[in-house]
Design a protein around this ligand. Structure first.
Ligand code: HEM
Length: 300
């Protein structure tokens, strides 16, 4: 909260306003009860604001609060204590869960009310204009301080949610990094297993049919090649490179090519064979489109 001296300076509230305030005191103080009734009438016209005053006692208290506030507006020394009381009023509104909008709207009513009373009571239009300008500064300052509690609360909430957000993002980043490392370990293990499969395929070639053995070994080799590609892509990604879907497409293509080899050797059902061919065609088309887009975007 700014000190009162600065606040008054910011609102260009000077000695002329203090003189106007004295005149306002003479004109409006006798009407404090009238004001309290009018403000309550305004609050009672809305079922939501009225719901804050469910008993006769609450209504009586509200009118007393409005009267005291109006008197303080015109008579209180404009010092730090005055600021503190206004800030406390704002805090009370916040604590009872009253949205700041209703305070601003009520202040607009108060402004209209004061303008109307000043116009009716001032000696002439020139005086009314000068007094109205001072009333406006006082009401603006009051509203400013009373709504500060809302702004502080909003800032606190934004700050809190920002801190939670940052902590959460940092946690997720660490988790994904850990999972990526796990993925690398898994890929290395799988690559080792496929290398072993390839070796076993090669060893078994002399024992069986040469053509079947060679094609099987070729299939394993293709998969080994793709595993190396996958590992390469993962390492590139861990070093901050771009995640590329193409490598998965390549993997699927290789898997289907291997399937096609095996199907050709085993003389499988023509429908199955046709389906594998069709799948390969679709994957090939996708691969072509993706490679073309990558080339256009200048991706390696
Ligand atoms: C021109 C606008 C308003 C002004 C100047 C104003 C002023 C005040 C002040 C000075 C207090 C006493 C705070 C304290 O010392 O703890 C207060 C309390 C309160 N205000 Fe306002 N208020 C305004 C608008 C409203 C509105 C629109 C409502 C709507 C329901 C409202 C509801 C209340 C309630 C329920 C309390 C607590 C009353 C109690 O303690 O019995 N105020 N207000």
């Amino acid at each position: 909260m700014e000190p009162m001296e600065k606040m008054l300076d910011h609102y260009r509230y000077g000695p002329a306003d203090e003189a106007n305030r004295e005149r306002l005191r003479a004109l409006l103080l006798p009407e404090a009860d009238r004001f309290a009734e009018a403000l309550f009438g305004y609050m009672a016209s809305d079922p939501y604001t009225l719901s804050f005053f469910p008993t006769e006692e609450a209504v009586r208290r509200r009118k007393a609060i409005s009267r005291t506030w109006f008197q303080a507006l015109l008579t209180d020394p404009l010092d730090e204590d005055h600021l503190k009381r206004l800030h406390r009023a704002g805090k009370t509104h916040l604590d009872i869960g009253l949205p700041g909008h209703y305070v601003s709207a009520a202040m607009s009513f108060v402004r209209g009310y004061c303008h109307e009373r000043v116009a009716a009571l001032a000696a002439d239009p020139d005086e009314a204009r000068a007094l109205t300008a001072t009333v406006d500064k006082l009401l603006d300052l009051n509203l400013d301080v009373m709504t500060e509690a809302y702004r502080e609360e909003e800032l606190r909430r934004v700050f809190l949610s920002k801190r939670t957000e940052t902590a959460l993002i940092r946690w997720v980043e660490r988790l994904t990094h850990g999972l990526n490392l796990l993925l690398v370990v898994g890929l290395v293990a799988m690559t080792g297993a496929i290398a072993a499969l390839f070796v076993s395929d090669v060893i078994q070639v002399p024992a069986g049919r040469l053509d079947v053995g060679v094609v099987k070994a070729l299939g394993s080799l293709l998969i080994l090649w793709m595993m190396i590609e996958l590992l390469h892509a993962e390492v590139r990604y861990l070093r901050g490179g771009r995640f590329t879907l193409r490598v998965f497409l390549e993997l699927a293509l290789v898997a289907f090519i291997r399937k096609l080899f095996v199907a050709a050797l085993e003389k499988s059902d023509p429908v199955d064979f046709g389906l594998i061919l069709a799948s390969l065609l679709v994957l090939g088309a996708l691969f072509f489109l993706m490679a073309r887009t990558d080339r256009q975007e200048g991706v390696e």
